[in-house]
Write a protein that binds this ligand. Structure first.
Ligand code: SF4
Length: 640
């Protein structure tokens, strides 16, 4: 039996037969990484198997009665319910929650945890090309001649794609990495441009200025972009960037003269200028002809295996199923009509999790329903978020594992996990795949769609679905005629993977749009202040709810440190193994130090898996996508 790996957006297909082996599938071509290989170790420990109230087992009937009674009372006050859902669950389950939350309950407070990872990329793609989707698929890796990677470390976070990139490099392709940290990817790249956090915009404008210098015709609408970009010639910015001007010129020439794929990741998305930076990268693809032909395109890499499905299901705040948007009245009406609900049932305004946090502080949100995500570890100001939960009238956590967030809940609902439920997902390159059920969930755990349906029915709504396939059939009709159209697909078809639109690997965008993007001077950092870049490590995944259950991953991935450059260690008079105190406006933590040579002066790297870093992270975010700037935390560090 086969199914798809539940970790990252590569979406590897795996054969499971007492052990896990990779299949030769459209996204992974017979390769997998250690996380996929250890999946069977993660199924039994730390699971929630029965509904819990204040940590005590209760029956499903009791859980539903308590929740529906309390929610009915809370919902008398408009806007008092928040729903926050993870992108680890199948598309059908997300879709049904969207229908109940945004459509039937009409709450404006509904967001996906994709807000924390891909919101900036989705915004920039929508702005540049008219759709929030990549123009290239993973197939183009084997056709590309140059890989231009900004703020992404596939060697660590997308090992299957990296194996393919490196094999292409052996055949002559060039790998360019832009990253403030000497990551595993940077170490193996042909060119590593190491710049300070926040200066991507200077570098990208400068590369554009070289390209525009030799361009004979500038497309209509690109005048403002040209005006700004040409203010950043390499000779002028090379000192600010600490990069030789010839390096900038040679990068520009390389992407002009070769088939280039542009990839980016959290190093771009999780900054104050994530959307603008994404637009700049997309513009480089536009002005160098790297769109719509094999071996080219833009392909931001997706951290969660169903982050794209979250967009299709409409789980992100501001979105609706079929890649529709709440700010498009016609699109909202299409969904209302399809669901058969009265006009204006779906709120025309929306709040992201960033806004919902403030509404919790203001005591306007009184109940929070958290599905398949662990915000007590992953959100900024994580400790305060945990405190805020205690002031709510009702906290429902629906999860497969007893996470740090589940421990704070009034009611915990046990959910099925990987290999225990059926459904679909969409990999980061638009490949929709089928998720098989290979075993029964433990105890009384159920697939998320069943839990959502039962709670909806308990609250008096008609949600008479008998199978997940019935939800799939309803959902896919909402994609008919849309970019993500899978309306003619069946579960059997999707077992082989289907890339929308029309199984196209490369998309010719329907829109080419850009704007001038100015550089705002760097954030000041004072003596002994550092930029802390938070991120993932090779052996763990997000908040470790699943990966910590694997003995192998846990024993190999013990990186709960702050990683400081050698120069910084000398400045602070600390050595590896000693402790430092890290202070920000949000609080103070202590962490053990590792002195390394891959982090530059004035920066530090801290994995977020263990929850330490996000306790002192602030809520500053990209103004358009509202994605928190996890990569740019300013902190004062001293020896403890
Ligand atoms: S973690 Fe990602 S790369 Fe590794 S097996 Fe799973 S889907 Fe593939």
């Amino acid at each position: 039996m086969s199914t798809i790996c539940p970790y990252c957006g590569v979406g590897c297909k795996l054969r499971v037969n007492g052990k896990v082996i990779p299949e030769n599938y459209v996204t992974n071509r017979g390769i997998m990484c250690v996380k996929g290989a250890t999946l069977l170790d993660t199924l039994d420990s730390g699971r929630v198997t029965y509904p819990l109230q204040d940590s005590k087992e209760i029956t499903w009937s009791e859980a539903k009665e308590i929740i529906s009674r309390k929610l009915k009372k809370i919902l008398r006050i408009k806007g008092s319910l928040g729903i926050y859902i993870g992108a680890q669950i199948p598309t059908e389950d997300q879709y049904l929650t969207v229908k109940l939350g945004k459509g039937l309950l009409g709450t404006p407070n509904f967001d996906s945890n994709v807000r924390l990872c891909m919101a900036s990329a989705a915004h920039s793609l929508k702005f540049s090309f008219g759709d929030p989707s990549p123009t290239a698929s993973y197939d183009e890796i084997e056709r590309a001649e140059t890989f231009f990677l900004v703020g992404v470390n596939p060697a660590s976070n997308f090992p299957v794609l990296w194996t393919r990139i490196i094999s292409r490099r052996r055949k002559g392709a060039v790998v360019i990495v832009v990253d403030p940290v000497t990551t595993d990817s940077a170490l193996q790249a042909d060119i590593h441009v190491k710049i300070k956090p926040g200066r991507d915009i200077v570098l990208l404008n400068s590369i554009a200025s070289v390209i525009l210098d030799s361009a004979k015709i500038i497309p209509e609408g690109f005048e403002e972009f040209r005006e700004i970009a040409t203010m950043f010639p390499p000779e002028r910015v090379s000192q600010l960037l600490g990069v030789d001007k010839n390096v900038i010129i040679s990068i520009a020439k390389r992407i002009m003269e070769s088939k280039t794929i542009f990839m980016w990741g959290m190093g771009v998305n999780q900054t104050y200028r994530g959307v603008d930076t994404g637009i700049l990268i997309s513009t480089l693809a536009m002005i160098t002809g790297n769109l719509g032909v094999p071996g080219t395109g833009v392909l931001p890499l997706t951290g969660q295996h169903n982050s794209m499905g979250a967009r299709e299901a409409g789980a992100l705040a501001g979105m609706l199923p079929g890649l529709r948007y709440v700010n498009n009245e016609q699109e909202v009406r299409e969904v209302e009509d399809y669901w058969g609900i009265p006009r204006y049932s779906i709120p025309r305004s929306y709040n992201t999790i960033t806004d919902m946090y403030k509404l919790m502080e203001e005591r306007k949100i009184r109940a929070l329903w958290i599905i398949g995500t662990n915000p007590v570890i992953s959100l900024p100001e994580a400790s305060k978020f945990k405190d805020l939960l205690s002031y709510l009238d009702l906290v429902i956590v629906q999860d497969s594992y007893l996470t740090e967030t589940a421990r704070e809940a009034d009611i915990v609902l046990p959910a099925a996990t990987w290999s225990e439920r059926e459904g679909i997902h969409t990999a980061g390159d638009r490949t929709v795949g089928y998720l098989s059920k290979l075993r029964n969930p433990p105890g009384e755990a159920k697939p998320d769609w069943e839990i959502v349906r039962e709670l909806g029915v308990a609250m008096g709504f008609e949600l008479e679905y008998r199978s997940v396939e019935q939800i799939f059939n309803e959902f896919k009709e909402l994609t008919r005629g849309r970019m993500d159209d899978i309306s003619d697909m069946t579960y059997d078809d999707l077992k082989y993977g289907h890339r929308w639109p029309n199984n196209q690997s490369v998309i010719q965008p329907r829109l080419f749009r850009t704007k001038g993007i100015e550089y705002e001077t760097d954030l000041e950092i004072e003596t002994n202040n550092l930029f802390i870049i938070t991120g993932r490590t090779k052996m763990h995944w997000n908040t470790r709810s699943r990966s910590s259950k694997s003995w192998l991953l846990s024993s190999l991935g013990q990186d709960d440190y702050i990683f400081l450059g050698q120069e910084e260690c000398s400045k602070l008079s600390v050595e590896s193994g000693e402790e430092v105190e890290i202070n920000t406006n949000e609080g103070q933590i202590k962490a053990l130090v590792k002195c390394v040579d891959w982090v530059s002066n004035n920066t530090a790297f801290m994995p977020f898996h263990w929850g330490r870093a996000n306790r002192i992270m602030d809520w500053r975010a990209d103004p358009m996508s509202k994605e928190p700037a996890y990569k740019m935390l300013r902190a004062f560090v001293r020896k403890a």
